[in-house]
Design a protein around this ligand. Structure first.
Ligand code: SF4
Ligand code: SF4
Ligand code: SF4
Length: 152
């Protein structure tokens, strides 16, 4: 999984603030949470950073199978155990008596649900790892016995 430090290493590291962030490190964290895009850093478009720009694009752009928020479920690895479903705090908050308790979902507002033996994602933008108020939630990742969930 890409982390903010790896991203930072490819940024201009001048802390010029043209991106609206106080430091390049802060910009890197914002990139990771999809709050900004690499094009929000004007110096990165200079010729001397061309290679870094391309590397960053590859790191940040979710692969075809990833959701907009960068979350991927490797369905070939998912055994449908449902651990992630009951561990997700959003599932618990949105549907405490359904998905959050290990029963079938009773609400459409859950992020993770098991259908036909594999996890299906919905409402991924509610995931706590994304957006301005992002926290490093990892409930679904750490409870998955087969490492089927990844963030890119
Ligand atoms: S615009 Fe780019 S170089 Fe300047 S602080 Fe932001 S990330 Fe760093
Ligand atoms: S990272 Fe947290 S909020 Fe997001 S899907 Fe996983 S457990 Fe739910
Ligand atoms: S915890 Fe992992 S294996 Fe279990 S349902 Fe979730 S993604 Fe699938």
């Amino acid at each position: 999984m890409t982390n903010a430090l790896e991203i930072y290493q490819l940024l201009p590291k001048t802390n010029c603030k043209q991106c609206g962030k106080a430091t390049c490190m802060a910009f890197g964290a914002a990139l990771l949470s999809r709050e900004v895009t690499i094009d929000d850093c004007p110096p990165l478009k200079e010729d001397k950073f061309k290679e870094n720009y391309e590397k960053l694009s590859q790191m940040i752009t979710p692969s075809g199978e990833a959701s907009e928020s960068g979350m991927i479920v490797h369905t070939e690895k998912c055994i449908g155990c449902g651990n992630c479903v009951v561990a997700c705090p959003v599932n618990v908050a949105e549907d405490p008596h359904g998905a959050g308790s290990g029963k079938a979902p009773t609400s459409e507002n859950v992020i993770l649900r098991v259908e036909n033996g594999v996890v299906r994602l919905s409402n991924v933008n509610q995931c706590r790892r994304f957006g301005k108020n992002k926290i490093m939630c990892n409930g679904c990742i750490v409870t998955c016995p087969t490492k089927a969930i990844e963030f890119v």
